[in-house]
Design a binder for this molecule. Structure first.
Ligand code: CDP
Ligand code: MG
Length: 643
């Protein structure tokens, strides 16, 4: 029962909308069949684990069950997600189910976007957001329940939240932690959480036939196209889900079907409709995969591993598994993080296959051999904590009072080398003093939802009187898609030269942004200049939020115009190790590792090539390049001038 208080606020504050069409009837979910047993289990344990197949109703139903049986009335029920897209899509779905507008009873909070109001009771957020919140609210006093969802994904932030949950529960006796997992490997969680109880939601699983290729072939994109055409021609009605590694794979196949759709459809009674889903796809396009489709059509959804466990698409009967995933790997020696395409684990392969057996018997077409599956794939995925840069994590642990971070109760300990690198870098950023204690500046840095290096740039820019300019630039570089439309490279070359600055890419971005504002932040102007409108609009939001946070900290801002030298100086303070000197031919030599790299082909400094540059990162696009570079001077770098 919903409490009266809640019911009242529900009626007064929520505009009740007509119930939108739902893709699945929540009453038929596996979780509903055991609701009577589950509810007392949820209410009588302070920490528990729930295991249930993907699609059984854990993420959408558990928060609602808690809401209905809740006495805490004013506290939040929080459900964390490893991915932003899942947090948003779940909040939309659950607010629909509760016939409430998003941001009222159900809200979401992700980096740079928050629509939680005073009426919100169910809050979906990323694990990173909850972790950030802990620095301000260390025992989560406003929360009655924390659901750490998708714990099997073992993201860095989820692992840290699991570690912190034990100490939070010691200090906050009212809070309940619920850990959910879609894979059976849950004993480890239970042991870690003092052998807490496990609840299993019995799944409705249909039989899945597995088909392997006979001879190994690395051209998985071509094979995926062949498999789609084969299924469309030969197999019964039912949708196809294709697991690929990323946007470029997805677009390759999408382009093929755009060109050949008539030919393909001529070979089948059904119409093929190709859809896609990946993390950076705009929300309006993501929701297309949950829409019902015409009777005579077959949907083919091209996806990253996001649909492995995070999102469940109804009606899938055929899965095509490339056998690969794009994963982040940190190299502490070079201090660089690389996105690599690697073979999946057996547990991922089984999870992917299972997606085809939710509505009826299914088939999974594996684009690798049985030998590879049996002998070459690792059993399970490597937890992110073992393959990540720990800069942000260590800063958060320091703000939470862990003087010796090695004493933190990690479910899997990261490498001492990676911890050492993070401590060294935080010291260089002046976030820690020589004793490894958090400085004032470090505390301030932890409050911004950006990488600590960028927080340092922002804080330093205040003393250089260019914080607005830097907030704009950080807004631009914090976006994860592309500012420039790739398809318009020819016009890009002509048009963007106009914005290019001799000071580097950061000032160039500022020029673009200012020109956009001068043109009333218009969409047409972006189209004319081959720029991505949504990207700039999002940058504006991020910039506003950063300036709002500075204001909240009561830091006085003085602006003295766009001093480009000061912009370059500010960047050098945050990236003082990333200094490179011009070498022979097209190359720059990175000072700390003595390796040679070229500037990114789109860099504004390609024409002038100053003697010294500061770069933000090294990216790999058929070759490694220094990305987002600005002109600098060696004397500005604290790394080069340390004694
Ligand atoms: O968390 P779990 O995988 O156990 O399931 P869930 O996310 O709660 O999904 C329950 C049902 O809701 C599934 O059938 C999904 O297809 C559906 N769903 C949806 O249609 N739209 C969403 N944004 C999320 C879930
Ligand atoms: Mg879920």
């Amino acid at each position: 029962m919903i409490s009266n208080k809640l019911k009242n606020s529900y009626l007064t504050h929520q505009k009740v909308k007509e119930k939108p069409e739902l893709s699945t009837d929540s009453m038929s979910l596996p979780i509903e069949e055991i609701r009577k047993v589950l509810v007392p289990f949820l209410l009588n344990n302070k920490v528990l684990i729930i295991y249930g197949e993907t699609g059984s109703g854990k993420s959408t139903q558990i928060p609602q069950i808690l809401l209905r049986s809740d006495n805490y009335s004013n506290s939040y029920i929080c459900c964390t997600q490893p991915r932003r897209i899942a947090a948003v899509s779940l909040a939309l779905r659950v607010s629909n189910e509760l016939k409430s507008e998003i941001g009222c009873l159900v809200g979401f909070s992700i980096r740079f976007e928050d629509n939680v109001s005073s009426n919100t009771r169910i809050k979906y957020c990323t694990d990173g957001i909850l972790l950030k919140e802990l620095s301000l609210n260390p025992v989560l006093i406003e929360y009655s329940h924390i659901i750490i969802d998708e714990a099997h994904e073992r993201t860095l932030n989820t692992d840290i939240l699991l570690g912190l949950s034990k100490s939070i529960m010691k200090k906050n006796k009212k809070i309940t932690f619920i850990i959910t997992s879609a894979t059976i490997d849950i004993k480890k969680f239970s042991w870690f959480l003092n052998r807490c109880p496990i609840f299993t939601i019995p799944g409705k699983k249909f039989r899945v036939s597995i088909l392997f290729i006979k001879k190994l072939n690395f051209e998985y994109l071509k094979m995926a196209i062949q498999a789609i055409i084969y299924i469309h021609k030969k197999e019964k009605l039912g949708d196809i889900l294709v697991f690929l590694t990323g946007k470029s794979d997805i677009e390759f196949i999408e382009n093929y079907f755009e060109k050949n759709i008539h030919k393909v459809n001529n070979q089948s009674k059904l119409r093929l409709k190709v859809l896609k889903i990946f993390s950076n796809l705009p929300v309006s396009k993501q929701s297309l995969i949950f829409k019902k489709h015409a009777i005579n059509s077959r949907r083919c959804i091209l996806s990253t591993n996001i649909t492995e466990t995070s999102l469940t698409i109804p009606s899938i009967r055929y899965v095509i598994d490339s056998g690969y995933v794009k994963s982040k790997f940190y190299d502490p020696k070079a201090n660089s993080e690389n996105l690599l395409i690697v073979p999946i684990s057996k547990s991922s392969a089984d999870q992917r296959a299972g997606r085809s057996g939710r509505v009826s018997d299914g088939k999974c077409f594996r684009l690798y051999t049985e030998y590879v599956y049996n002998n070459e794939m690792r059993k399970s995925n490597i937890p992110e904590i073992k393959r990540s840069n720990l800069l942000n994590t260590i800063l958060i642990l320091k703000t939470l009072g862990y003087v010796n971070v090695m004493s933190f109760d990690f479910i899997d300990k990261p490498s001492i080398f990676a911890i050492g690198k993070a401590l060294e870098e935080l010291f260089m950023l002046k976030a820690l003093n020589k004793k490894g204690e958090l400085t004032n500046s470090g505390r301030l840095m932890s409050l911004f939802p950006i990488d600590p290096k960028l927080s340092r740039v922002l804080l330093v820019s205040i003393t250089f009187f260019v914080p607005i300019e830097i907030a704009i630039i950080i807004g631009i570089i914090s976006n994860s898609s592309n500012l420039f439309h790739e398809k318009n490279l020819v016009s890009l070359k002509n048009e963007t030269k106009y914005f290019n600055s001799l000071y580097g890419d950061h000032v160039t971005y500022l020029n673009i942004y200012k020109e956009w504002l001068k043109n009333n932040s218009s969409r047409e102007w972006c189209v004319q200049n081959a720029l991505n409108y949504l990207y700039l609009a999002n940058s504006k939001k991020i910039c506003k939020q950063l300036l709002f946070l500075i204001k909240k900290l009561d830091i006085k801002i003085i602006c003295k115009g766009s001093n480009y030298t000061n912009i370059c100086k500010s960047f050098t303070k945050g990236f003082s190790k990333n200094i490179a000197r011009k070498a022979k031919n097209e190359y720059y030599k990175i000072i700390y590792e003595k390796t040679l790299y070229k500037l990114h082909p789109k860099s504004s400094l390609l024409g002038t090539k100053p003697n010294w540059i500061v770069f933000e990162t090294i990216i790999n696009i058929s070759g490694e390049y220094l990305y987002n570079v600005s002109k600098t001077k060696p004397e500005w770098s604290e790394y080069l001038n340390r004694n």
